[in-house]
Design a protein around this ligand. Structure first.
Ligand code: UD1
Length: 428
């Protein structure tokens, strides 16, 4: 298994191109199931999760063609055309679904278009229980009969789905996406109240509208969808990855670096940038993205609580903690979205961090220096926080189980090395 070796101490300087957002690309790909015409997605990141979903969609009958890099220059990734001319299977098998929880996103599109879907339950996950009850309850409200048996969810709506008023008891990104996808082809009006407002949800809604869906309230907590009988093809550019942006902004801040994040959208990261400024880091919007430069002296400890968008993202909690570990003073970091999302704490502690966890909160006492160590990646965002710590730790840090990083960070080693980090991937 590959590992990453970092020798800490280098300031990051230069430019990093921000890729398309993984969490936007996945639901957009799933939306291709809704139409028998092609959906072309530009600015797709090259990531393991994208390949996993492409394989799953292929099993369902979606023809997938890669058109290579778009000829626009700049930071445009690969262009993918997904053509669900005919759905040849309505079963999403366990061996593909278990690799990635977001596979559940095929459920809404399949049942809306075919009237039937059988999708493996995604199962456990390192960052908590993560049930799919909201997805299933919502589909039931849209008229589907749901049966969970032998580890599979079976949804049936032979006469099609019917619009409904669905109030989510709490905000769920995936359930909002799945039900929005399903409701586009339901008869009549669907209202999704207490819907997620994440930029990735907005991106999906905009793409569905480009495919002919009728959706009002995009970007708000209430989405109103008027069902249509069919959707057509469209071309859509995936939004920039705000989590990748935030991760590199934090990497720059940790190393006292000066980095421009090209292609980043500052409006999508306001919660993080506000906290960075409070901590004493300079963040400014530039013509092409965002620039992070050091303030005076050591970064200050600031308290952070994760919340649904536009609050501070849970997907940046581990990386923010890495910054606080070397800050001055104390920081209280509270995780409200997922239970058990502090797996990085024990690994950061092995590098010299002083962190005490009480329930959903972690108290971080800043230390002056970290020491390199052998550490283990446990999930996508936890593992990148170890990379950030390694960038400033004295000596060598070796991170194993790098496949977690491959799921969500495109060319991580190359992007950091180009800004001066002493980092390399070791294959064995
Ligand atoms: C998405 C993101 C993930 C991010 C998360 C929260 C993708 C592919 N993944 O995950 O990176 O960390 O949003 O911003 O976009 N829940 C239930 N029942 C459900 C659904 C969710 O109890 O049916 C709970 C979850 O366990 C969690 C909370 O709701 O505690 C929020 O989860 P949700 O927003 O659904 O996360 P995902 O869509 O899985």
């Amino acid at each position: 298994m590959d590992r990453i070796r970092i020798r800490g101490g280098n300031r990051l300087t230069g430019e990093i191109s921000i890729s398309g957002a993984k969490n936007a690309a996945l639901p957009l790909m799933a939306a291709s199931l809704l139409s028998d015409a092609p959906l072309t997605l530009g600015n797709l990141p090259h990531l393991a999760d994208i390949s996993t979903l492409a394989s799953l969609l292929g099993v369902l009958g979606v023809e997938i063609a890669m058109e290579g890099d778009a000829p626009k220059g700049g930071h445009v990734g690969r262009v993918l055309t997904l053509h669900a001319r005919k759905i040849t299977s309505t079963t999403a098998p366990y061996d593909l679904v278990r690799q990635m929880r977001a596979s559940i996103l095929v459920l809404g599109g399949l049942v809306a278009r075919e009237g039937v879907a059988k999708v493996s339950l995604p199962g456990g996950c390192a960052i908590g229980n993560r049930p799919v009850d909201l997805h299933l309850k919502g589909l039931e409200q849209l008229g589907a009969a749901i049966d969970v048996q032998g580890g599979y969810i079976e949804a049936r709506a032979p006469k099609g789905l019917t619009g409904a008023h669905i109030v989510f008891p709490f905000v769920s990104v995936g359930a909002t996406e799945n039900l929005m996808i399903a409701a586009t082809l339901a008869r009549g009006e669907t209202v999704l109240a207490n819907a997620a407002r994440e930029p990735e949800v907005v991106d999906l809604a905009n793409c569905l509208v480009a495919m002919g869906a009728k959706i009002a309230g995009i970007g708000s907590g209430t989405l109103t969808i008027q069902g249509v009988t069919s959707l057509h093809g469209a071309s859509h550019e995936v939004v920039p990855d705000r989590i990748e942006t935030g991760t590199y902004a934090l990497a720059a801040a940790m190393t006292g670096g000066d980095v421009e994040l090209k292609g980043a959208d500052p409006a999508q990261n306001e919660a993080l940038f506000e906290k960075l400024r409070e901590a004493g880091v300079r963040v400014t919007a530039t013509e092409g993205g965002v620039r992070v430069t050091p303030g005076r002296g050591r970064v200050r400890g600031v308290d952070v609580m994760t919340e649904p968008y536009p609050g501070f993202p849970t997907d940046l909690q581990a990386q923010m903690m890495a910054l606080m570990v070397i800050g001055s003073g104390v920081a209280m970091i509270t995780e409200t979205i997922f239970e058990n999302r502090f797996m990085h704490v024990s690994e950061l502690s092995r590098m010299g961090a002083e962190i005490t966890v009480h329930g959903a909160s972690a108290m971080v006492r800043g230390v002056k220096a970290l020491a390199g160590a052998e550490v283990m990646a446990t999930d996508l965002r936890a593992s990148v926080s170890l990379v950030l710590a390694g960038l400033v730790a004295e000596g060598e840090t070796i991170i194993s189980r790098v496949y977690h990083l491959d799921r969500g960070y495109e060319r991580l080693v190359e992007k950091l090395a180009a800004c001066g980090a002493d980092i390399e991937r070791l294959s064995n």
